[in-house]
Design a protein around this ligand. Sequence first.
Ligand code: SF4
Length: 424
Amino acid sequence: MDAALKNPCELEIDLFCNGLRVDPSCNLAEDARKLSRIRAGLGSGLEVVLPGPRKDLWMNVPVEEDFALRSPYTLIKRGGGYLVRDGRGGQEYPVRIPDQPEWYTARTSKGTEMCKVGVLQGTYLGIYISNSCTYWYSSPAMNCRFCTTGSNVGVNEMADKDVEDVVEVARAAREKSDAWFVHFNTGYQGGKDLDLVAPYVKAVKERVGALIGVQCMPTLEMEKYDWLVDLGTDHFSFCYEFHNPEYFQRFLPGKHKTIGQETFFRALEYTSRKLGKGAVSGEIIAGVEPIEDTLRAIDYITGAGAFPTVCIFRPVIGADMESWPSPKYEDMLRVFRHVYEACRRNSIPIGLTPNIEVSLIVQPDDTRYLAPPGLPTRLYDLKLAAMSLVAKPLFATRRRPRRIAVDASTPPAPRGARPAAHAA
Ligand code: SF4
């Protein structure tokens, strides 16, 4: 039996694949953030921090799904602290369990419980701004097959987010949890996705100040991205999930019928050119389509100057894919080694934004723990250190509140010709 300790990123990957059992010694009701079954459901696990010499890794470990109940890993409370024990070799890893932020149970001035407006996922504030994704309400339903949003929004969180509520929650998260990144997500809103998110972006940028990310269904109306940037958006992410067109069609019937994979590519490329290297991300799920397709996706995303946010497939309770197997550790290790190599090869600036730890994924900068020793790795380290010096004052300026003159209620007029087609 191999009793070698895993490094923090290897452990993170294995925990995403296997989940974690919770020993009766644990007192998570008092010590941990409550489990939040919101949005797609991918953040429905336990928030855990894996300490490491280079950086601590934040992750959201599956604890309730069937595969997690069979995990070789157990969370144990010992001597006032927590550790994860691997039952296969007896290895033990000290971990930290982040507290539930005190503002979760506070109420906005309109009386809304703050955690029903937004929650921390790692160290950033995630807000699902609108009515549940309309893919859930077509007949037959066109929801993405891994998702449980239709069962969560309106039940576990508010269906319609009020702008004032959002501003107050963003302010509380910034002041009390040092959360400087606010991420807005909409699901599919019939093509009005970017229009809907605009007033929230402007209000938070003007009145709170933060780095702002937007994750909406893409459009070919590129002028809307220019508008969102003028309103204060710092980052766009595009969840196209599967690179293989057949998997895209089969598992994302709504995205296939209403948007098409090509639109994701064009919007990603446009915004990446506009905002610069490393400001945009392409989000994919690893562990469903063949690994070679996932590797191709990573090459495509990094080649476009974006960074890959790779989510290890989680067969979430209540999803159509609930009974699918969780991915194999060895496959995922291969994927994340590739993430590191592709980011290095394309000089993608990773890990430069201050205090943004995303617990739902293995972040690209987490994969530094997987880097092979040698000159290319050392040169990339030096490049990132130099970029970090330049980026620091830039982020400090961008996260300050500032007056925005642009009108958030009126989308720009169509600009006419659309950008040329792309072949990924
Ligand atoms: S677009 Fe897909 S993943 Fe996103 S909320 Fe809708 S069904 Fe869920």
